[in-house]
Design a protein around this ligand. Structure first.
Ligand SMILES: Nc1nc2c(ncn2[C@@H]2O[C@H](COP(=O)(O)OP(=O)(O)O)[C@@H](O)[C@H]2O)c(=O)[nH]1
Ligand SMILES: [Mg+2]
Length: 427
């Protein structure tokens, strides 16, 4: 296994840059540059030298000897001054050391997985934590990284293995009289598993929203002030605003962080009979987005707002020009004076909170995991509907395989281990 190395902090100029090495020989490679290494897991200041003997930098060096390290292998880090030149020189010299090469994307994680440091779902959580932009995403990713789903999956798989082993032992040794399968008991256990899987799937769509964002679409007739509102909420000129109706043709998205939640706000073409092909296409796209939206803001300058589709939040625009009617229902705004914008944001934020917050605590946050659990659920449903122990065992095996994909586990030999271990059929 070669030593891999990479710049682990962000590229570009910074006060500090962290370069990591992992693999058998990583400590020797680090010592080659640093002269010697401080005691394990202690930072020490060292003068780094280039391979030709020139001083490269003065840097903090730390080593994490294998097994207990993040990758499960010998690991070392240089915390150097974060200039491009320092980083480039160090990477160049590490690459020239025998057995050392640049890491591929995700390779440190792959090694951590192979060495049993974290399961796949937890590593996906770690990747999400690195990507997290909102507070909700951070909390959700942290829970995943801590292995919550993986722990559940291990439990489900152990139960399935147990049931499978019981059924297979019955099949293999049924003439020996020392094992007897209780089919009703097996069914009851599978029924409980099905309920557990169903429970795990609850909140999944909210969880996906936390990752992907709460989708808010600004819609309404042409010239209602949709693009102006998008720009006002984005705080910059994203969309073109003119007095000419039909200006916006494409869907424009901006990302907002409202109260720690990711919100995708989309400006769309005004809905009317199109003037030309391009506008017609824009209107078609607008309709699709409206169908998919978690919330539609229906804008109009008229009072009361006409034609808002069911479920949409009517927003009356341009009240600086047309005057606010205190009896008007819902939200009234002016992008010129800023009136009502805070209230609108607060309203959107509340709706996003209602829709997303269940998802922060959800067990299943990725489609990959959801699909695997659904597949296992179907297998177990089949197992519950058949009579032959062979077929029930096969359903358990398939469900276990599907669940195994979540954590990246699989070992068909395990079934045998449990059969022989549990029944002591040492003949
Ligand atoms: N007085 C006033 N004019 C506005 C306001 N919002 C938009 N407008 C004007 O209304 C016209 C259409 O705005 P625009 O955002 O392009 O509408 P859209 O077609 O719905 O995207 C432009 O001339 C804007 O300057 C507002 O709050 N007050
Ligand atoms: Mg527009």
């Amino acid at each position: 296994m070669s030593v891999i190395f990479a710049l682990s902090s962000a590229g570009g100029r910074a006060a500090v840059a962290v370069i990591r090495l992992s693999g058998a020989g990583a400590l020797e490679a680090a010592a080659r540059i640093a002269g010697d290494l401080p005691p394990a897991r202690r930072l020490g200041l060292r003068r780094l030298r280039r391979l030709n003997g020139d001083v490269l930098d003065e840097a903090l060096v730390v080593s994490f000897p294998g097994a207990a390290s993040a990758t499960g292998e010998d690991l070392a880090e240089f915390h150097v001054h974060g200039s491009r030149a320092v980083v480039a020189a160090l990477l160049e010299d590490l690459g020239a050391l025998p057995g050392c090469r640049m890491a591929e994307a995700g390779e440190f994680s792959r090694r951590a997985f192979r060495n049993g440091k974290r399961d796949l779902a937890a590593l996906e959580g770690l990747a999400d934590l690195i990507e997290a932009e909102t507070e909700g995403q951070r909390r959700q990713a942290l829970r995943q990284m801590q292995g919550r789903l993986g722990d559940e999956v291990v439990g489900w798989r152990a139960s399935l293995l147990d049931v499978q082993a019981e059924l297979e032992a019955e099949l293999d040794f049924s003439d020996e009289g020392d094992v007897a399968t209780d089919l009703a008991g097996v069914r009851a256990r599978l029924g409980r598993l099905v309920a557990a899987l169903d429970g795990a799937l609850e909140g999944t769509s909210a969880a996906e929203r936390v990752r992907e964002g709460f989708r808010v679409v600004i819609a309404g007739p042409p010239n209602a002030g949709k693009s102006t509102l998008l720009n006002a909420l984005a705080g910059r000129d994203v969309a073109i605003v003119t007095a000419t109706p039909g200006t916006t043709r494409d869907v424009l998205d901006v990302e907002l962080d409202i109260g720690g939640r990711r919100v995708i706000l989309s400006d769309t073409a005004g809905l009317r009979d199109a003037g030309d092909d391009i506008e017609a296409e824009g209107i078609r796209r607008a309709r699709l987005r409206i169908e998919d939206a978690d919330l539609v803001l229906w804008l109009d300058e008229l009072n009361p707002v006409p034609d808002a589709p069911p479920g949409a939040l009517p927003v009356r625009t341009k009240v600086d020009r047309f005057g606010a009617d205190p009896s008007a229902d819902g939200i009234v705004i002016s992008c010129v004076t800023g009136l009502g914008l805070e209230a609108l944001l607060a309203d959107v934020g509340e709706r996003a909170a209602l829709s997303l917050d269940a998802g922060v605590d959800a067990l299943v946050v990725r489609r990959r995991h959801r699909d695997a659990i659904r597949e296992a659920r179907v297998d177990l449903g089949r197992g519950l509907s058949v009579q032959m122990p062979e077929l029930i065992a096969e359903s358990c095996r398939r469900a276990r395989l599907a669940l195994g994909r979540i954590v990246g586990a699989d070992d068909p030999e395990a079934v045998l281990g449990v059969v022989f271990g549990r029944f002591c059929i040492g003949k």
